[in-house]
Structure formats: C-alpha cells, structure tokens
Write a protein that binds this ligand. Sequence first.
Ligand SMILES: *Cc1c(COP(=O)(O)O)cnc(C)c1O
Length: 389
Amino acid sequence: MVFISEKVQNLPPYLFSQFQQRKKQLENNGVDVIDLGIGSPDLPTPAFICEELQEQVKCPENHRYSPYSGCDEFKQAVASYYDRRYAVTLDPNTEVLALIGSKEGIANLIQAVINPMDKVLVPDPGYPAYRKGVHLAGGVSVTLPLDAKKGYAPMFQHISKDDAEEAKMMFLNYPNNPTAAHAEWRTFLDAVSFCRKYNILLAHDAAYDLVTFGKYRAPSALQVPGAKENVVELGSLSKSFNMTGWRIGYVVGNKEVIHALATLKGNIDTCQFMPIQKAAAKALTSDLTAVEKNNSVYEQRIEKLYLALTELGFHTEKPRGTLYLWVEVPKGESSLSFANRLLEEAGIIVTPGTAFGDNGEGFIRISLSVHAERLDEVIRRLKALNKRR
Ligand SMILES: *Cc1c(COP(=O)(O)O)cnc(C)c1O
C-alpha cells in the first residue's frame, strides 16, 4: 500500500541534500568542510529583539492563541514600517497579514489564488519555493526568464501571448536570490503594468529588502501608483534581523487576496506565538541601526571575496544587496561539475546555479554566511585550486 500522495511523491528531490550527505562523509574523514551553501545569516539576532521576547514571554496574556491574522502590535508595526521606509500607506486591519515566515506565506498564497491547472509565471533562476508551491497547488509553472545581460530583469517579451493571458499570478524577487541582482524602480513599473494588462496578481518576494549595501535602497513594488489593485508583497525578518529560526514574516497589499489568504490560513494554522510577533514589531519599528551593522559586515565579506575571485579570473558582479555572490563557472565546466569539484578538491560547499532553475546553468551561488577569517581560508583554497588547473 502506498500512503503518499502523487503530489509529494512527484516533488523533485532537493539537489542540496546530496551535498549535505557528502559533507558528512568528508567530515567523518577529517576534512574541514566550509559550507557556503546555506542561505541563512550566521550572525545572532540583535540583543534588543531577544530582550523584548524575554519580556513578552513573561506576560500570561501572550500565552494564548494569537488572533488569526496576527496581533495588532505586529500588524501596526508592519504598516508603520511601510509608511516610514516606502511612503506606502497600509491599513493594518485589511492590508497586512502575519506569516509564519515568508516561505509558509508563498506556499499558502499560491493555494489561495490559483485553481488546479492555472498557470503561474516563475522567475528562472529563482527561489525554488515558488515552483514547488505551484506544483503542490496543482498549478502549472511557466518559466519567466531573467536577463543576465540586463541585471537579471524579467524578460516579459519571452512570455507567449497565450501564457500571459492564461497566467493567474507572477512571482518576482528583488534583491534577488540567487543572482544577488537588485531592481531599479523601472522593473516594478514594467512588471505592474504587464500584470495589469493581463489581469495577473504580482507577488513580490521582498525577503532581502533591507539587506542592501552602500547608498542603494531597494524599492517596494507597492510604490507603483495603483499597485494595490494587483500586487501583494511578502516580507520577512529572517535575513534583515538574523531571525531565520523565529519564523516571522508578513504579506501586504491587495486586500481581497490578503483576506483570502487569511481565510485559508485560518483553517491551517493559528498564527505565530505572540511574544515572537511583539519582538518582531519592536524590530520593525526600531531605527534599523542593527540592520545597518549587519549589512556592513556582509559588505566587508563581499568586498573581500569579490576582489579575490576577480583576481583569480572569475566573473562576478559586485552585489548591492543579499547575502550572495553569483559567480560564473570556469569555461568547460557545468554548475554541478564545478560545485562538485569545489567540494571534492577544496572542501568548499557552494550551490550549483541549476538548483534554482535551468537558467542557473553556468553559475554557482556563494553564500557569505561565514566570518572573515573563514573567507580567508576559502580564498587560500581557491588559489591552490587555481594553480592545480
Ligand atoms: C530566505 C528566503 C525566503 C524565506 O524566508 P522565511 O521568511 O525565513 O521563510 C523567502 N524568499 C527568498 C527569496 C529567500 O531567500
């Protein structure tokens, strides 16, 4: 007897688990493996957020079920954050919904929006949760290629008229995982008007909205005039406040969609623990100096590795945001063969670009989630590898 649904049986295997298995084997053999595959900050959550959690945990009224859509403090904090950061006005009661991390939000949002066999435009390369979420909802993913030559902007001209007319939603994500590309305001303007023309819901994943460097400030898709008609934006505290394990995020924008997602989720979960929501509210309403401190750490790491890689003859752009470098593999190698060689010959784990879609071929993603001294070791090993070539 098979108790497993076809949906789950047919989920493509996560490419990365093979690397993790091999990592264990190598470590058992005494190899010091450096893991630059993890898309998660290594820095701790800022102390003031942890202290707020400790305070909130002491209040018995916070031990009960949260309101389904999130507590008022959290929803108001998200609205005030959007007002301050983007000059976008949100009604905390109807245009903001708390999520148990944005990954949960992505999967459930798709369920709330599409019917089986509906088409969804997904960026390639892109965060795998979009395609997997469409699969789980019985939908059909249509590849929206990103243009490597134009800063990984979406190539709407590659979407056939039929696909555009049949598509019900589109995902975008800037600053982008895995390519580390950023969006100019223009990209959102084009995306919103394309989606409006074809009656498509645009879901913008803004997981790295605060993880930016230098003078660059990431725009919000909701800044496009009239965007609330057909846009929702997902946000997360995971990357900006080093809170991946806390599981707290939000979705904002179109109120019909927010209401539908809240209705669906009301039958699945009962929101996040209130002390976590209230600590997250404190983070969002803070002066963001903790975020700036993090960003300067990432920026220094990126600078270091970018310079070394460039000297070694690798092609890569210096990112304005995210925790990643997106690096071209040497001529004659595939993403997978180069990632394998880095692990076997240098003890370094990176993610092959193909883990993010076919258009990721020819690239690897390097995550900057180790401290500077470890990066020095990475650079030493890459130099040794280069000499052996
Ligand atoms: C990390 C990441 C997420 C998931 O964030 P959580 O809020 O921790 O679930 C979503 N989208 C992208 C592009 C990410 O890189």
